[in-house]
Design a protein around this ligand. Structure first.
Ligand code: DX5
Ligand code: ZN
Length: 234
């Protein structure tokens, strides 16, 4: 695997949108990626930011941008995010008819290609597509809003994807998004996730940078098996 063994990606959805550059800076020394949730009022019943803001963030921060597109018709819009310099562009399986073609276009435009699976979508139909992808984002909530409760039963999808990836696609990142806290990150890491999006637990914390460090520490511990899932340190 190239790059760090695990990734912590604070989600700007829980940040102050009037101070995005400052909020990015607050985690710059500790985070691996900056997770940017793009929503269009159609794919999900919420609206956030789009291409011009992502382009500005690209200039304002050195952190790789992890763009999560919760939008309809990503075939039309996703490549634009790669073209403005997003590190990862992740589109939803539910929104496109041909994920492999779109992944190919994204890679050709210079970004990594991610596929996201929402709460009610099974992962099995997509396992065969993993060699065409750099990242698989598995929602731990229903996409659309931050601050929702983590649904542990969805970790079965992470386990299935990790088993499949272990058989030949070791570079694949498996990212979990939604309800990640110091407790739930332990379960998600033990299930095989290696990239963790955290909105509320980072930007809702008094010290976002310290929150990122603590999340990483917990995920690392879970990986080496020194913590039981859901357990806590003594
Ligand atoms: C929700 C977004 C998430 C969101 C997670 O649809 O995809 O990235 O920011 O927020 P928390 O960490 O608060 O669940
Ligand atoms: Zn997200």
């Amino acid at each position: 695997m190239t790059g760090p063994s695990l990734i912590v990606a604070p989600s700007l959805l829980a940040a102050d949108f009037a101070r995005l550059a400052d909020e990015a800076r607050a985690v710059a020394a500790d985070a691996d990626w900056l997770h940017v949730d793009v929503m269009d009022y159609h794919f999900v019943p919420n609206l956030t930011i789009g291409l011009p803001v992502v382009e500005s963030l690209r200039r304002a921060s050195d952190l790789p941008l992890d763009c999560h597109l919760m939008i309809e018709n990503p075939d039309r819009w996703a490549v634009g995010y790669a073209e403005v310099g997003a590190h990862n562009v992740t589109f939803h399986a539910e929104a496109t008819a041909d994920p492999v073609a779109l992944a190919k276009d994204l890679r050709a435009a210079g970004s990594r290609a991610g596929l996201a699976i929402d709460r009610d979508t099974p992962v099995e139909p997509y396992l065969e597509l993993l060699p065409h992808l750099d990242l698989l984002l598995i929602m731990m909530i229903k996409a659309g809003f931050g601050g929702q409760e983590f649904l542990p039963e969805l970790l079965d999808k992470v386990r299935a994807a990790r088993r499949h990836a272990a058989a030949g696609h070791l570079e694949l990142r498996i990212e979990v998004d939604g309800g990640i806290s110091e407790e739930t990150i332990v379960e998600a890491s033990a299930a095989g996730a290696d990239a963790f999006v955290a909105g509320t637990s980072v930007y809702g914390a008094h010290d976002p940078a310290e929150a990122v460090r603590r999340l990483r520490h917990r995920a690392e511990q879970a990986k080496v098996g020194t913590l039981d899932a859901g357990g806590s340190e003594g």
